[in-house]
Design a protein around this ligand. Structure first.
Ligand code: HEC
Length: 246
């Protein structure tokens, strides 16, 4: 072997060894793609619940046909409708499978509750579904990736959904700024409780369907027994927050 070839080979081996040790679970730009895919999938699944809310609340029907499998299939359809492409399970398979499996488990566990005939409102709402899916997803990922539905501090109903410092800062200084482009996610490498993480947060706005509970008059009791926030159409109402740990 020529000396030059040997030197090249030597460097190649050194570089490979170093990168294989320091390689994070997911590479940097891949993290943005994965965050987008996971947040879209999360919303696609939650949409199945919001579209079926009346059906779920119907006291005259028993079986709602919303098994784990049915909701996963429908979530994939919604995903395709919103992105124009099938969910790609060839990359970051574990994380996307974990999300689908979390959706499946939450629905399977909700069967008794949602299929009870004779009961109208059952408290099974998109945000409750989203919180349960988030908890299951995070545990399936061993905490390596976390997802959370949060909201502007003044609009948080469930303390478990309160924004942390970084989320609060991003919501108040970026999402609420009039110059911030509507719907644009914000992401950066920072920390979560001191641990280095890639963080990604996507703003969400109140649509008409939200205002029956989150709208006006502020303080009026809604169907869930909670107090309306006084939110208005198009106002920033929440955010999906993801953390990918190194
Ligand atoms: C039927 C009433 C109802 C409707 C309709 C509704 N929500 Fe909620 N929302 C709730 C309740 C109750 C909670 C608290 C859930 C929990 O305990 O985690 C909640 C929680 C949330 C949260 C999590 C933060 C928090 O306050 O705890 C966000 C974000 C949110 N809703 C946004 C929306 C948006 C956006 C829509 C419309 C697309 C919507 N909601 C429609 C009742 C509703």
């Amino acid at each position: 072997m020529k000396a030059i070839t040997r030197v090249t080979l030597f460097f190649f081996i050194i570089v490979s060894v170093i990168t294989s040790f320091s390689m994070p679970v997911v590479m940097a730009d891949e993290k943005e793609v994965l965050s987008k895919e996971l947040s879209t999938l999360y919303r696609s699944a939650r949409k199945v619940i919001s579209v079926n809310q009346k059906h779920i609340n119907d006291a005259s029907i028993g079986d709602k046909g919303l098994s784990g499998k049915a909701v996963v299939d429908k979530a994939k359809e919604n995903y395709k409708a919103s992105t124009g492409a099938d969910l790609n399970l060839a990359t970051n398979t574990q994380a996307k499978e974990a999300m689908l499996s979390a959706v499946n488990d939450v629905m399977d566990e909700a069967q008794e509750l949602i299929n009870e005939s004779g009961v109208g409102f059952k408290g099974f709402l998109p945000a409750i579904f989203a919180r349960q899916v988030a908890t299951k997803f995070t545990s399936k990922m061993d905490g390596k990736i976390k997802i959370k539905l949060t909201a502007p501090k003044k609009y948080v109903r469930n303390r478990a959904n309160r924004p942390d410092k970084w989320e609060h800062k991003t919501i108040e200084s970026k999402f609420k700024s009039s110059s911030y482009e509507k719907g644009l996610p914000f992401f950066e490498n920072t920390t979560v409780k001191g641990k280095p993480a890639y963080r990604y947060i996507l703003p969400e706005y109140y649509s008409k369907s939200c205002l029956g509970c989150h709208g006006t008059p502020k303080g009026e009791v809604d169907i869930t027994g909670g107090k309306k926030e006084g939110g208005v159409l198009g106002e920033l109402g929440g955010a999906i927050s993801l953390s990918i740990f190194e």
